[in-house]
Design a protein around this ligand. Structure first.
Ligand code: ACK
Length: 222
């Protein structure tokens, strides 16, 4: 390749500043540890273990996956569909290196992942790829009918053998259920907000006060 060819990153996204990373990791740990102690959670342990009598230690069930971030576009060094077009969007260049506040509006846990839902502002949505939700259609058929930005999340941890791409898919599944009119079974008012159960091991904590996390729009080369 010619030397001056610009190479594309593994992905673009917002990277939480280190103080925000610490805060979010702490809240996530508190959440999973508390969830683990709830009778409602214990009642549905089968979802996690596949066995009736087994126990699960949620704190160690999920493994952290590098620096906390909210992916906008997974480029796979240019091999992903639309990667080059995304990188060439003037908004990407304009906002590259800028810091904005991510609003984390919910925390969720499934047998595969733990993550935070990110509610993007109009300005942040300018950096959101138009087909991010549609690209999830094979995994979550209703994804394409969800509003842009629905997939925006921060992966907080993954179960053994689970790739972080799963976190956004798990979030879309829950939002698709909500869109169908399922509000989940409210099981508990927790200090941070209402906890709802969506079946199949899916738990969503809607935060009363969103977590505000300053983050830098940038890219990761690995
Ligand atoms: O937790 P994430 O959002 O899920 O952050 C990581 C990041 O890119 C580096 O792996 C995300 N990711 C991986 N594959 C894809 C994909 N096909 N579509 C969207 N995001 C992806 C992963």
């Amino acid at each position: 390749a010619p030397l001056l060819e610009v190479s594309l990153p593994l992905y673009f996204g917002w990277f939480l500043l280190s103080s925000a990373q610490d805060k979010v990791k702490c809240m996530a740990l508190d959440f999973v540890k508390t969830l683990d102690t709830l009778d409602a959670f214990k009642k549905h342990l089968m979802d996690f273990t596949g066995k009736a009598e087994a126990e699960v230690d949620l704190e160690h069930y999920f493994k952290a996956k590098g620096a906390l971030h909210c992916t906008t576009k997974f480029c796979n060094y240019g091999k992903a569909d639309g990667a080059k077009e995304y990188a060439q969007n003037p908004a990407i260049k304009d906002f590259y290196g800028s810091v904005s506040e991510l609003s984390l509006s919910a925390l969720f846990v499934t047998p595969r992942t733990v993550g935070a839902r990110v509610s993007l502002t109009e300005e942040q949505l300018q950096l959101w790829p138009a087909d991010a939700e549609k690209e999830a259609e094979s995994a979550v058929p209703a994804a394409a009918s969800l509003p842009p930005g629905s997939r925006a999340h921060v992966t907080l941890g993954c179960a053994d053998g689970v790739e972080p791409v799963q976190t956004g898919l798990d979030l879309l599944e829950i939002l698709a259920l909500q869109q169908e009119g399922q509000q989940g079974e409210t099981v508990e008012e927790m200090e941070l907000g209402g906890l709802a159960y969506y079946g199949a091991g899916r738990w969503l904590l809607s935060l009363r006060e969103p977590i505000v996390a300053p983050a830098c729009f940038s890219s990761y080369y690995g």
